[in-house]
Design a binder for this molecule. Structure first.
Ligand code: FAD
Length: 460
């Protein structure tokens, strides 16, 4: 056990049960879901109230030690890494749902509440918090806010930013600030700045979320294609026809074979790609929209089109899409997952390029995509024990993100920049744009002690 003066002060403030400092305990927090990069923290703390967050930030400030906020640690971008040392502040013990207010269509939750727990609490009320990242079983609402998380429903319903009405946050100087609930624009959009700032502007402790009515009627279609490009073309045709699906999820051959191998959904293993398309809304008209969708798929050479006829069949289709990470985990000890984004019209081309990059660099790449948003997830499995394999996967990952920039897209649609994509920020933004962002950050955190080394590269 390491009892530095900092750790002693933290233990006195939070209680010994809420502070970890033994090397074996710290090892658990030396990475997030991006396991390829590891840094051991100085200490890990679990505050139980906003007041304790305020106190610990002040203690850390007095030692000039950085504070790294962490929710469930599902970041795929190294967002929770204590770069250069620092105290990891884990919010999962602040996990109370404080209010569900259907009249005002909002809920108030502490930052450590898991996304799925809120969904479960709302089940039966006919309302939901629309953002549902695939990580929703684990990821926290605070983490969703910090990364502006998206998910399958973002295409129709928007990402987290569209569903957050207010936050309480602890700033770098240890003061607590409440923004909102914002019901109309007045003044600068501070809430907009906080959402997606990856813990660099403040530690979110409480969130006012928007509740939206659950759709009552669905049509869910599975379409199978021989070629990945055809599936991407079908997605383009559906959108061009003026349809806004509530989900438009794509899986390439490697991914669907891996899901089938692991979970047995009777998916056609030999298929080149699969699209899962869902539309929701008023019953009247949905059958017609479904026919249009099927026609778009046929025109793009779908080899099989199947409509989910029962709630169980629909659930199976959703599970296929939600269990991709679990299926990947069975293929290899580790993987890199990059969420690149391309203009929708360029999705077929970028998916072709991803496959070429994999072949050229001898790296296996599995792809899933929120195809309607042009957002694809390239999963690059590797064995951490084999350094050359790691290097090849890293190089392929970088190349495919550069490809996204080159075609007018971006290096992240929902997972954030963290540490993993920092180097590419200078390719994405001009020096002047990055400087403007740094100035905003400095106005919140002049000493640079909040989630140091993330999101924005240091000045050259
Ligand atoms: C299997 C899998 C599937 C995923 N699917 C999706 C998906 O569909 N859509 C999507 O958007 N993302 C997805 N992700 C990425 C990740 O789950 C999201 O970014 C999620 O929002 C992170 O939540 P978390 O609680 O795990 O945050 P963490 O991973 O703990 O933290 C993420 C970032 O937010 C900061 N942070 C966390 N909590 C706070 C807080 N309270 N205040 C301030 N900063 C904070 C951290 O410092 C870090 O920079 C997936 C990840 C995995 C592993």
């Amino acid at each position: 056990m390491l009892y530095t003066p900092l750790v002693s002060d933290l233990r006195a403030c939070l209680g010994a049960d809420n502070v970890l400092s033994a090397p074996s305990e710290l090892a658990v927090y030396e990475c997030d879901a991006a396991t390829v990069q590891r840094v051991r923290p100085t200490a890990v703390i679990f505050p139980r109230s906003t007041g304790q967050v305020v106190d610990t930030v002040k203690i850390c400030n007095s030692y000039c030690v950085p504070v790294v906020p962490r929710g469930a640690g599902t970041s795929l971008a190294g967002g929770c890494l204590p770069v250069g040392g620092g105290v990891v502040l884990v919010l999962t013990r602040m996990n109370r749902i404080l209010e569900i207010n259907l009249r005002d269509r909002m809920a108030v939750v502490e930052a450590g509440v898991q996304n799925l727990r809120l969904a479960q609490a709302l089940a039966g009320a006919g309302y939901r918090f629309a953002p549902d990242p695939t990580s929703q079983r684990a990821s926290t609402i605070g983490g969703n806010v910090a990364t502006n998380a998206g998910g399958p429903h973002s295409l129709k319903y928007g990402s987290t930013a569209q569903h957050v009405l207010g936050v309480e946050a602890v700033l770098a100087d240890g003061s607590a600030m409440r923004i909102g609930p914002v019901l109309g624009p007045a003044g600068l959009n501070l809430l907009g700045l906080l959402v997606g700032s990856e813990g660099t502007l403040g530690i979110v402790t409480k969130v006012w979320v928007r509740l939206t009515p659950c759709p009552r009627n669905y049509r869910t279609v599975r379409a199978v294609f021989h070629r990945l490009e055809d599936a991407a073309q079908a997605a383009g045709r559906i959108l061009a026809a003026g349809i806004v699906p509530s989900a438009l999820e794509l899986m390439d051959h490697g991914m669907l074979a891996a899901v089938e191998e692991a979970f047995h959904f009777s998916l056609p293993r030999e298929a080149g790609a699969l699209l899962m398309i869902e539309v929701d809304g008023l019953n009247a008209g949905l059958d017609q929209v479904q026919s249009q969708i099927e026609e778009c798929c046929r025109q793009a050479n779908a080899s099989e089109i199947h409509q989910a006829k029962t709630p169980a069949e629909r659930e199976d289709l959703w599970q296929c899409c939600k269990l991709t990470a679990g299926a990947t985990g069975r293929l290899c000890p580790s993987y890199i997952l990059h969420d690149g984004v391309a203009p929708r019209s360029r999705l077929p081309r970028i998916l072709q390029r991803v496959a070429e990059i994999g072949r050229n660099r001898q790296v296996r790449i599995l792809t899933v995509a929120h195809a309607g948003s042009g957002n694809f997830h390239a999963i690059l499995p590797f064995d951490e024990q084999d350094r050359t394999e790691v290097d090849r996967a890293e190089a392929a990952g970088r190349e495919l993100l550069e490809e996204c920039i080159a075609c007018g897209g971006s290096i992240s649609a929902e997972h954030g920049i963290g540490t993993r994509k920092l180097a590419l920020m200078e390719r994405l933004w001009t020096a002047a744009e990055l400087e403007a962002m740094r100035r905003i950050r400095e106005s919140f955190d002049p000493a640079g002690l909040l989630n140091t080394g993330k999101l924005l590269p240091n000045r050259p």
